[in-house]
Design a protein around this ligand. Structure first.
Ligand code: F6R
Length: 241
């Protein structure tokens, strides 16, 4: 795993944004695997600014998001559909037919998991997957204990994840308890992976990546089985490294 050490959140966002924009320019019909949450917001801002200033185009880019809450319609401001529209899709020239997010409002969730996994195959796989990391080492919403062979599936969110995500909701009870997520095996199929981490809250999970072996107790440790992973992290997230 290659590590890019940066000073803070802003530098992490600029570094990730620059590298991603370069890849988009080099391969304008690539498939990007995208994440939500606080970590990617800064580099999405970078990509939007770069699109406006430098004209980097997303006309033929395809995107596959990692996950979505179950039970929230796309119009709900806390859904990841809404997040992606507001943070990226509304501001670049990506075509809505090329953007994909699991449908957490599907009536048949098992069927939705199969559809999503097939979709990833149909687009030819993910060229570059961007990941954040949970305080408990989750990637996507693959909580500790998830099989490294898992594909897109329904997950019950861990207590720690519900608490961490409660900041976006009026109260803890409003956080959906379940989500759809790409599995660890789906993530590992990506040709290249960027893992982003910022802040002391992530320091333990990042340190475990280096101090612990490969174990399903630490979902992010699965990344050690991948040939092309770059960690872009700030001093706070790397404080034990
Ligand atoms: C989001 C996702 C999650 C987050 C992780 C960190 O699509 O898959 O794994 O990346 O929970 O969240 P933040 O960035 O809010 O700290």
């Amino acid at each position: 795993m290659n590590i890019i050490r940066v000073a803070n959140y802003e530098e992490m966002s600029i570094e990730a944004g620059k590298l991603i924009a370069e890849k988009v320019r080099a391969n304008p019909s690539m498939t990007l695997g995208l994440a939500t949450g606080s970590t990617p917001q800064g580099f999405y801002q970078y990509l939007v600014k770069d699109h406006i200033t430098n004209g980097t185009t997303y006309k033929n880019i395809k995107s596959i998001n990692l996950d979505e809450y179950i039970g929230l319609p796309a119009s709900d401001p806390n859904s990841y559909h809404y997040f992606m529209q507001k943070n990226l899709f509304d501001h670049v020239d990506i075509s809505s037919k090329n953007t994909h997010i699991p449908n957490g409002a599907a009536t048949d969730l098992d069927e939705e998991c199969v559809r999503y996994e097939n979709l990833i195959k149909e687009v030819g796989g993910i060229d570059l997957q961007i990941l954040g990391i949970g305080q408990n080492s989750h990637i996507g919403f693959n909580e500790p204990g998830t099989s490294f062979h898992s594909r897109t599936h329904v997950v019950a969110l861990a207590k720690n994840t519900l608490e961490a995500n409660a900041r976006f909701f009026a109260k803890l009870e409003d956080v959906p308890t379940h989500a759809l997520t790409m599995g660890i095996a789906s993530i590992l199929d990506s040709k290249e992976i960027f893992l982003l981490a910022s802040g002391t809250a992530k320091a333990k999970a990042v340190a475990q990546l280096f101090t612990e072996g490969i174990s399903e107790d630490f979902p992010a440790s699965a990344l050690k089985q991948h040939q092309k992973v770059t960690i872009i992290a700030d001093e706070d997230a790397l404080k034990y490294i």
